[in-house]
Design a protein around this ligand. Structure first.
Ligand code: NAD
Ligand code: ISE
Length: 340
């Protein structure tokens, strides 16, 4: 069976996902696209795909079985609710939404529908290196994890479009999600420290040093630097009771020349996580073909949204900001260890 996909939002990641859905993966066909910028939709549309004027028309079209949302975070809620209303599986890029109230509305709609339909684009859970790291922790040979050091560095972010809230509500959400998943625990509180501002980012508040307090007592520190100039650099190291497990350096040629010995690093997320994005869609396509969703859920998107909200409060207060989660609906009761 071929799953017929409609893509909403044909900017940077929308175009990259259209490429993988048309040129890399099988069992899918991109049959529809939409973007508020209609000329961008037209240039991104694969041959034969229909260009829809609105997300609602695309979602409701009989030609579309499942939807991929790659619009901006604030637009996600309305598009997700529409997908749930018609019972179609939907892959939604992170962040799920940009406020707690919005996350609750999406969760209530999906719980009311009675079956999982939403997968959130937390692609690190599909990355082979992160999966091996998780296998080591879950294996238990190192004892309980006590600390996780997460480094999230972007060479640059689009000037103007990327505001001072975004290191926390658009970038930190990945580290929050992967910490919950690796440690199989919820985040109970957040502190943020602001080092001296980097001149690379102009007026943007950057970098951030974030502490995530896990409910079970482990602590995660996260460096968020979004204008570090030299490349896209993602690191992670878990300190456990009797040993340490870290993400390996990515395989890359070691170049020796008159400047010394060095290894290339990716320029951005497209390159670093290329196989992870492919794998997250492989798994999504299988579930979407069955009319459901697996992998990172609305609950996971809600949890990450709470962390972003708490981090923004912590910037203002300078204090540890506690997180209170609602009871977990049975629909999401699968443990985090099983979810991808
Ligand atoms: P972008 O600005 O390049 O593209 C967003 C596109 O969405 C634009 O073409 C815009 O016109 C369109 N759009 C905005 N609102 C819309 C609406 N209401 N209806 C239809 N189209 C709309 O941004 P991007 O970098 O491609 O990011 C898009 C989303 O993907 C964001 O949520 C971002 O956080 C996420 N993202 C995820 C990753 C990842 O690693 N998983 C990487 C990059 C971006
Ligand atoms: C971008 O939206 C992503 O999701 C990338 O994975 C992340 O590294 C980057 O900071 C975000 O802007």
């Amino acid at each position: 069976m071929t799953v017929r996909i409609g893509v909403i939002g044909t900017g940077m990641i929308g175009q990259d996902h259209i490429r993988r859905l048309t040129k890399v993966l099988s069992g899918v066909d991109v049959v529809a696209v939409n973007d508020i910028d209609s000329s961008r939709a037209a240039s991104a549309a694969p041959a034969g795909a229909e260009i829809f004027d609105t997300p609602q028309e695309l979602i409701r079209s009989d030609k579309v079985d499942a939807i991929v949302i790659c619009s901006w975070g604030p637009a996600h809620e309305e598009q997700l609710l529409e997908c749930i209303a018609v019972g179609k599986p939907v892959f939604c890029e992170k962040p799920l939404v940009t406020s707690e109230a919005s996350a609750m509305r999406v969760m209530e709609a999906e719980v009311g529908y009675g079956r999982r339909l939403v997968q959130v684009g937390f692609m690190r859970r599909f990355d082979a290196d992160y999966r091996r790291l998780k296998a080591v922790v879950d294996g238990g040979t190192l004892g309980a994890p006590l600390m996780f050091h997460s480094v999230h560095r972007n060479a640059s972010v689009p000037a103007g479009l990327y505001t001072s809230d975004m290191p926390l509500n658009d970038t930190l959400v990945h580290d929050a999600d992967v910490s919950r998943w690796l440690l199989d625990d919820e985040i109970a509180g957040v502190e943020v420290r602001l080092p001296r501002r980097s001149r690379q980012g102009g007026e943007l508040r950057d970098p951030h040093f974030v502490l995530l307090h896990m409910a079970g007592g482990a602590i995660v520190d996260v460096e968020i630097s979004v204008n570090i100039a030299y490349g896209y650099d993602i690191r992670g190291e878990l300190s456990c009771e009797t040993g340490v497990a870290a993400l390996p350096n990515r395989p890359s040629p070691v170049v020796s020349d008159a400047s010394g010995i060095r290894q290339f690093i990716p320029t951005d997320w497209r390159e670093r996580f290329i196989e992870a994005y492919d794998q997250e869609f492989r798994e999504w396509i299988v579930a979407a073909g069955d009319g459901t969703a697996t992998g990172p859920s609305t609950w996971d998107g809600y949890a990450a949204t709470l962390v972003a909200d708490a981090a923004l409060r912590a910037v203002a207060s300078g204090k540890l900001e506690a997180i209170t989660m609602r009871d977990k609906p049975a629909l999401y009761s699968q443990s985090m260890a099983q979810a991808a």
